[in-house]
Design a protein around this ligand. Structure first.
Ligand code: ARG
Length: 465
């Protein structure tokens, strides 16, 4: 069945039929389509376009379709149609008879599909928020396990200064907190009803669009029909937020891939999320994390694809827009999957605080603290920096860690060398504890942030339930 057969005489090339169908993709919008139709039928009833009896017949037909679709989750597999909207109308015709011929009065698939995709985007952003909450809980679980353990912090991936393990995990919490906010924000903008915009110009039937918006759970109705049927900025936004969240996740993945390398040995992935090699019996590979890193690239591609789809498109609806669903569904599905896997990987990670601590010693991570102590005693920073640099070089040339350095040797390079400087050199914990200002890695700051994050996660989890 076609919704537009009248003006055509010739049949379509079957290859073109297949080329242009979107049912195989948009059949997953079926429940949105049925609901949008339900509300629209009621609106037509209120506008006296349909009689009370027609409204009853159509509503009961839509309910029957809903039931049969629910009963059989694989309903779409044995069906074919140009798109889900066509399928519903055809099906309704079989159940409700002549009344179904009035279903699309004053309406177009253009305003319908924009409505359904916005609705999907609203629901998808909520599901993604839940995915972030799950990941948060895993991060918080780890952050609380050894909150005050120290590990090397890196810049340029070279050992820099000691940080607390809790501080490390909470850095990712912050990133995902912003992603969470971006999802809420993007949902607010998606929350606008296009239905009632017709094909492009609006509808001549007296439909109360604000009431229709309320009936479909939308906060507002669109103010411009051309914009409503033709823009997909909400889809771009959501795909971007998915991409950015996966960019954050890919950085966490990369850290953990490195940290699970035996040369670091800070963490070990649970067997549940690792794989081996068909050739090398000793291997334990972090494939779950590598795939997360890889899937971030795929989602970035979808976001870029959506922008490219809109670029230069004339107003209003164009069939190009049908491609939006492929990109958006994939970006959302991929992001949800990655969050679920990452939550599992992080939750089950085994950590080795002893390895982390010994890595801080090997990397001279307290060098800055030594210079700071010399400054406290009155040396200009540049001079302190120079002296400590020479001490590091001395140790490197002898392949000797700071802890095996004799006091006399040290004093030859740093004349002020004493017990205090030695203990500063040997205590990464003390180094961390000095970063007491807001946002630093001192235990008091980390505990405060951990409490804040816990509270936020609990509040948002309660709201989500
Ligand atoms: N399947 C189309 C889409 O997903 C909706 C149909 C609009 N088609 C049209 N020829 N106006 O965008």
């Amino acid at each position: 069945m076609k919704l537009w057969g009248g003006r055509f005489r010739g049949a379509r090339d079957p290859r073109f039929e297949k080329f242009s169908e979107s049912f195989s993709l948009d059949s997953r919008l079926i429940h949105y389509d049925l609901e949008a139709n339900r509300a629209y039928v009621e609106a037509l009833g209120r506008a006296k376009v349909l009689t009370a009896r027609e409204v009853r017949e159509l509503l009961s037909g839509l309910r029957a379709i809903g039931r049969s679709v629910k009963r059989n989750p694989r309903w779409a597999e044995r069906e074919a149609s140009e798109d889900v909207h066509t399928w519903v109308e055809e099906r309704l015709g079989r159940i409700a008879g002549a009344a179904a011929r009035k279903l699309r009065t004053g309406r177009s698939r253009n305003d319908l599909v924009a409505t359904e995709l916005r609705w999907y985007a609203k629901d998808a952003s909520r599901l993604l928020e839940r995915g972030i909450l799950d990941l948060w809980n895993s991060l918080l679980h780890q952050a609380a396990r050894h909150p005050h353990a120290v590990l090397p912090g890196y810049t340029h991936l070279q050992p820099a200064q000691p940080i607390l393990l809790g501080h490390y995990w909470l850095a990712y919490f912050e990133m995902f907190e912003r992603d969470y906010q971006r999802l809420e924000d993007c949902r607010r903008r998606a929350d606008e009803l296009p239905l009632g915009s017709g094909a492009l110009a609006g509808t001549p039937y007296p439909i109360d669009r604000l009431k229709l918006a309320g009936a479909l759970g939308f906060a507002r109705a669109s103010r411009n029909s051309l914009d409503a049927v033709s823009d997909r900025d909400f889809a771009c936004e959501l795909a971007f937020v998915c991409s950015l969240a996966l960019v954050h996740l890919s950085r966490l993945a990369e850290d953990l891939i490195l940290y699970s390398n035996p040369a670091f040995g800070f963490v070990e992935l649970a067997d549940a999320y690792a794989t081996g090699s068909s050739l090398m019996p000793q291997k334990k590979n972090a494939d779950a994390l590598e795939l997360i890193r890889g899937k971030a690239a795929r989602t970035i591609g979808k976001a870029a694809g959506l922008l490219a789809l809109l670029k230069g498109l004339p107003l209003a609806y164009n069939r190009d827009l049908q491609e939006d669903k492929h990109a958006l569904f994939d970006a959302v599905d991929t992001a949800r999957e990655c969050f679920a896997i990452a939550a599992g990987v992080v939750r089950t990670l085994r950590m080795d605080p002893a390895r982390m601590k010994s890595a801080t010693a090997a990397g001279f991570l307290t060098a800055t603290d030594l210079a700071d102590e010399l400054v406290r005693r009155g040396a200009p920073f540049a001079e302190a920096h120079e002296q400590v640099g020479k001490l590091v070089r001395y140790c490197l040339e002898r392949n000797c860690p700071l802890e095996s350095l004799g006091d006399a040797e040290a004093r030859a390079i740093i004349p002020a060398w004493d017990k205090t400087l030695r203990s500063i050199a040997l205590s990464p914990e003390r180094s961390a504890a000095r970063k007491r200002a807001l946002g630093g890695t001192a235990p008091a700051q980390v505990s405060k942030q951990l409490a804040r994050c816990r509270k936020l996660a609990a509040t948002l989890s309660r709201q989500a339930d």
